[in-house]
Design a protein around this ligand. Structure first.
Ligand code: S3P
Length: 435
């Protein structure tokens, strides 16, 4: 059950133990709903993420004329093909989700009708130029508020394919353009500067869509219809990361997290924690459709400091806040470079983490694109999550090992990605309270 209070209090609590189930992957859930809406026939989506971000995706696809029914385990999406979407009679609300706004823009920018996409206060401040410019080269007409949402999208009469090199390593930009390319007249080529998560490409292959991947290049044909096919979604490694770090830093803990997605562009957090000395093992590896999965076994460990830069950052971009918490338990200095993208997430995550860690007595230093943390004892205190789900959950985990209780304020946004976070923690033996 999602919780409804604004603040969470956590007090140096018992060890974590037992087998844990984490909800479905957020990135894959968004994409599965959108692609199933464009397929021909009824797609069953198993283990989809029930969270505010993904519920907004469902609502939007319904507003675009798609028939979707949901139960606790399954979503049933009745797609009517690539040309089946209809004009919405109200603005499309993407809430807090950058993934939803950017991927959806790729679809809406290639329709023969108008639409407007709006977000919440945080999303309306995030950069959209990165998608607006390339979409314009495909014939899209988009009015924005200084390259930020709301995005007012006009009918596209040209529907041109694109040949684009993306200098920003962003799966959202790549996926936005792949979605747009589905509606273009002919072949599109989208190349990225570094590999980013490839869930969109994998799902399109799953649907037997004509798409080819050559190293960092995606080559995709437009206007091809494809048939519905069942999708089963792995558990979200980004949500699992909070529990993995919790088990590593909390004395005597030992947990197993079941059926976690192990896409190689998402597993940077495991590689880095293992390099830091974390006792992590992957059991029961298998393939779930086109995505690899496995059970993650994590046990309390003494962690060593780390220095990270370059491509590894992309493979753990969403896990950096919780990795910063792991760094506080090292004796020594951890350093992170090439992390400017963190400033453009649900909050400026370098600023939110630095402010919170300083309040808890940890020494830090930051520049526009780097962050340095000196390990040490965490005191208690009050920390603002700036309504950013991953900042809130990271400081909750810090509270497992702090000397005094930590109160995290503005935590309701945890519901955007992991409504069961609170109850899952309690089931694993953690004393956490709402206020
Ligand atoms: C996501 C890609 C990442 C990530 C976000 C989800 C996705 O963003 O931070 O939480 O589902 O494609 P960028 O691609 O903008 O780095």
């Amino acid at each position: 059950m999602a919780y409804e209070m604004h603040n969470l209090i956590i007090n140096n609590s018992e060890k974590l133990f037992g087998e844990i189930n984490i909800p479905g992957d957020k990135s894959i859930t968004h994409r599965a709903i959108m692609l199933a809406s464009l397929a021909q026939g009824k797609t069953q989506i198993q283990n989809y993420l029930i969270s505010e971000d993904c519920m907004n995706t469902i609502k939007i696809m319904k507003l675009l004329g798609v028939n979707i029914s949901e139960s606790e385990e399954n979503l049933f999406v009745e797609g009517r093909g690539i040309n089946s979407l209809s004009e919405p009679n109200e603005p499309l609300y993407a809430g807090n989700s950058g993934t939803l706004m950017r991927l959806l823009s790729g679809i809406m920018a290639m329709q023969s009708f108008e639409s407007t996409i709006v977000g919440d206060d945080s999303l309306n401040k995030r950069p959209m130029k990165r998608i607006i410019e390339p979409l314009k080269s495909m014939g899209a007409i988009i009015n924005s508020n200084n390259s930020k949402a709301p995005l007012q999208i006009k009918s596209n009469k040209l529907k041109k394919p694109i040949n684009f090199f993306s200098k920003i390593p962003s799966a959202q930009v790549k996926s936005c353009l792949i979605f747009a390319a589905l509606f273009a007249e002919g072949e599109s080529i989208i190349e990225e500067i570094a590999h980013t998560r490839d869930h969109t490409e994998k799902l399109l292959k799953h649907f037997n869509y004509p798409i080819e991947i050559i190293d960092k290049k995606v080559i995709i044909q437009g206007k091809k219809n494809f048939n519905a096919k069942q999708i089963s979604i792995p558990s979200d490694i980004s949500s699992a990361a909070f529990f993995i770090v919790a088990a590593l830093i909390k004395k005597d803990s030992e947990i197993i997290i079941k059926n976690v997605g192990l896409n190689s562009f998402r597993t940077g957090i495991l590689d880095v924690l293992i390099e830091m000395g974390g006792d992590i093992k992957i059991l029961n590896k298998s393939l779930n459709g086109t995505e690899p999965i496995g059970d993650i076994h994590a046990k309390y460990s003494k962690l060593k400091p780390i220095k990270l830069s370059g491509d590894i950052i992309i493979r753990l971009i969403d896990e950096l806040p919780i990795l910063f918490i792991a760094c506080t338990s090292c004796s020594g200095v951890c350093e992170f470079f090439d992390i400017e993208e963190l400033r453009y997430k649900e909050s400026d995550r370098i600023k939110s983490m630095e402010e919170g860690l300083k309040k808890l007595g940890i020494q830090t230093k930051s520049t526009q694109n780097s962050f340095k943390i000196t390990g040490g004892k965490l005191n208690g205190g009050i920390v603002d999550s700036y309504s950013d789900h991953r900042i809130a959950m990271s400081f909750v985990i810090a509270g497992l090992v702090s000397e005094k209780p930590i109160t995290i304020i503005n935590t309701l946004n945890i519901n955007t990605s992991f409504p069961l976070f609170y109850s899952t923690l309690r089931e694993s033996g953690v004393q956490i309270y709402q206020s």
